[in-house]
Design a binder for this molecule. Sequence first.
Ligand code: PAF
Length: 285
Amino acid sequence: MKTIIAHKELQDSLDDLRVGKSSIGLVPTMGYLHEGHLSLIKRAKLENDIVVTTIFVNPLQFSATEDLDTYPKDIEKDTLLACEAGADFLFIPSQQEMFCDDVLTSISIAEISSILEGVSRPTHFAGVATVVAKLFNIVGVCSAYFGEKDWQQLHVIKRMITDLSYRVEIKGCPIVRDADGLALSSRNMYLTEGQRKEASNIPRSLLKAYDLIKSGERNSTAVKQLIIAQLEKSTEIGIDYVELVNGETFKVADRIDDETRVLIAVKIGKARLIDNMSALNGPNI
Ligand code: PAF
């Protein structure tokens, strides 16, 4: 695996490989890699000749009150893990390399960016889209791998691809979970031991909701109430939102059908955690 800091060097290396018709898989990350990220790299490796993993803690997607300054980093460990998982290139640009002194361009995807996550984080998805667009422009034609934990992010990026005709195929990959069902996230490291135990209420609430749906319930309000009641059992958890929406259009789903997605965002201590499941298929626990 080759570590690259300059985008021009990555472009030149990939151009050379493309001459030989190598297919390229791209796995964008903000580092502090866990099994979720590694599952993306491994799948990208299975499906492509060359895998590029990127690590860039993107300031554009953090608001002033968020955790940009404390976002966990361990480049040495990440380098080892990315290499073991099969990455061929690890692109670790500096802030200066990505955005020179300043960035004046912003890509905003209307509607989908201002609901759910976008209510608490109004500038978040424009920040994500702008940096992901830049990575797509640097890497060029590729398949790009994103985790389904960030369901709304995945759809913001898919919409950007459609609207702006990027020659990138997006591959959504299943959520990877801890033994108790908690979705893996770099931000789980913010949890104290007690908060980590309480966090298992998130997947538990999804499992309870799924049991209710399996028993025949199709009323979204009843399912939502059950999830909220389960989450409220923990005094550590502050609910941001619990919603049932159409998983493609993000329109609120009053009745559950095979396109309904259950989306949850909560705050526990310093961590803001999200999770989701298909209402009819349940969480992959
Ligand atoms: O999901 C993430 O880690 C980030 O939002 C991404 C896609 C790498 C963009 O910074």
